[in-house]
Design a protein around this ligand. Structure first.
Ligand SMILES: NC(=O)c1ccc[n+]([C@@H]2O[C@H](COP(=O)([O-])OP(=O)(O)OC[C@H]3O[C@@H](n4cnc5c(N)ncnc54)[C@H](O)[C@@H]3O)[C@@H](O)[C@H]2O)c1
Length: 255
């Protein structure tokens, strides 16, 4: 699954799944444009890649803003000349029922998790069309395929990502642009701590509950990154419109 000569643009690349994927795709040979709001963490990922001989930069960008998405794509083309892989991964969570959720939180989650994919993809797809192909990978969630408690807007947003992925795959397949999404289960990133905090639960207890699945543990960011590498590479050349579940068996049923 080599990516030599390819260029990847990764949103939310400063931490968690995005960080692990930036490092893995760079190891596979891709030049990596990282977009995030977190300057310090994002710079450290870009530096780690460049110090190992790879090519990377951080662009501070809020992916809910059209102007930021345009600037990010313009810089990627200016510095790396093309975009072969777009990983729409930035995401946030609000653990609440609709009765406990503010309108601002509804709007923010839908903007970061869903609207950003529209804003960025519409900038990137014309470049992929000119290059005669590309691979877009969106981060959905197990909660894009099944519901969860106190996660109304998150489930709504990730369900939207799954069907947005399929609609994009249909529209852009003829231009050899493959569009897939990954559906991670609970993965050991800052997001799990945020969820525990939002629910008022102790971290240890929350993580122990999250580990209750056939493989008996939560996932590691690098394990999700390997699924992204597969979808980004030619190893998945006949795969489009799919929702790839990477969750230690959680959606297989109850344990
Ligand atoms: N961790 C899990 O258990 C899990 C499970 C399923 C799906 N996911 C999804 O994986 C993706 C990555 O999450 P993670 O777990 O790595 O969490 P994380 O919090 O470690 O990473 C999310 C990154 O997105 C960035 N970000 C947030 N809003 C942004 C914005 N408006 N513009 C640019 N960057 C922004 C954050 O700064 C952060 O670096 C998300 O889409 C999340 O919903 C995570």
């Amino acid at each position: 699954m080599q990516l030599s000569g390819k260029v990847a643009l990764i949103t939310g690349g400063a931490s968690g799944i995005g960080r692990a994927t930036a490092l893995l795709l760079a190891r596979a040979g891709a030049a990596v444009a990282i977009a995030d709001l977190n300057a310090q963490a994002g710079e450290s990922v870009a530096t780690e890649i460049t110090q190992s001989g790879g090519r990377a930069f951080l662009e501070l960008a809020d992916v809910t803003r059209a102007a930021d998405c345009r600037r990010l794509v313009d810089r990627t083309i200016r510095e790396f000349g093309r975009i072969d892989i777009l990983f729409n991964n930035a995401g946030i969570i609000r653990r609440a029922t609709i009765l406990d959720l503010s309108e601002d939180d509804w709007d923010r989650v839908m903007a970061v998790n869903v609207k950003s994919i529209y804003l960025l993809s519409r900038e990137v797809i014309p470049h992929m069309q000119r290059q005669s192909g590309g691979s877009i990978i969106n981060t959905a969630s197990g909660w894009g395929l099944a519901g969860g408690a106190k996660a109304a807007v998150y489930c709504a947003s990730k369900g939207a990502v799954v069907l947005l992925t399929k609609a994009m795959a249909i529209d852009h397949g003829p231009q050899k642009i493959r569009v897939n999404c990954i559906c991670p289960g609970d993965t050991d990133t800052g997001m799990l701590r945020v969820e525990a905090q939002q629910l008022g639960e102790a971290n240890d207890r929350f993580l122990a509950e999250a580990a209750k699945r056939p493989l008996g543990r939560v996932g590691l960011p690098d394990e999700i990154a390997h699924a992204v590498l597969y979808l980004a590479s030619d190893a998945s050349s006949f795969v489009t419109g799919t929702a790839l579940v990477v969750d230690g068996g959680s959606l297989a049923g109850s344990v």
